[in-house]
Ligand binder design. Structure first.
Ligand code: IMP
Ligand code: MG
Length: 178
């Protein structure tokens, strides 16, 4: 695999399809074991996690549900600051075993703001599965219960992740050439 161009930038190969699938299989095995007999509800966060969520979900052999939400952030009043709201979360959370599916945790801000809102709805349990974690730059600590890969602070595209709207359909993960 060589360089690719997305918009004005060059990216080079970082994680192959095989590396990704092997790791997704490993995460699914962990979930199959931990959630056997529990009927968890997976909540995938759009847009970035749609391919990861699809591959992961296909590898689950347990009874499980999935729904997809979008997180919209906007500037609230001075007292509330930055606010994140979930669009499309119509499922009943109360008493359920919830697993959030996220593509990448970068600063951790998005999940740090969203998780308390879910906890307020009193799930039986709440865990996170994330494909990628830029651990060096996570300023808002998020406990990722099931993690694909820890990656350096490099911008990545492919496998659902975009650069300004493009690149989501690339089957591998590429990183920005600097
Ligand atoms: P956080 O709130 O900083 O953790 O932001 C996480 C979100 O930013 C992810 O769900 C992605 O949508 C986006 N993001 C962060 N890093 C990257 C990247 O390297 N490539 C593409 N999207 C990214
Ligand atoms: Mg995302």
């Amino acid at each position: 695999m060589g360089y690719i161009r997305v918009h004005d930038k060059l990216f080079d190969p970082y994680l192959s399809q095989e590396e990704i699938q092997t790791r997704v299989g490993f995460l699914a095995e962990q979930l199959n074991t931990e959630y056997a007999g529990k009927k968890p509800l997976f909540i995938a966060i759009l847009n970035g996690s749609f391919i990861f969520a699809s591959d992961l979900f296909k590898k689950l052999h347990i009874e499980a549900e999935i729904c997809f939400i979008k997180l919209a952030s906007y500037k609230g009043s001075r007292s509330t600051g930055h606010v994140v709201t979930a669009i499309g979360l119509d499922a009943d959370i109360i008493g359920r075993d919830i697993v959030i599916i996220e593509d990448i945790v970068d600063t951790g801000k998005t999940l740090t703001e969203f998780l308390p809102q879910l906890r307020n709805q009193q799930p039986a349990s709440l865990r996170i599965v994330a494909l990628l974690h830029k651990a060096e730059v996570t300023k808002y600590p998020v406990v990722i219960d099931y993690l694909g890969f820890t990656i350096p602070d490099k911008f990545v595209v492919g496998y659902g992740l975009d650069y300004d709207g493009l690149g989501r359909n690339i089957p591998e993960i590429y990183k920005l050439v600097e």
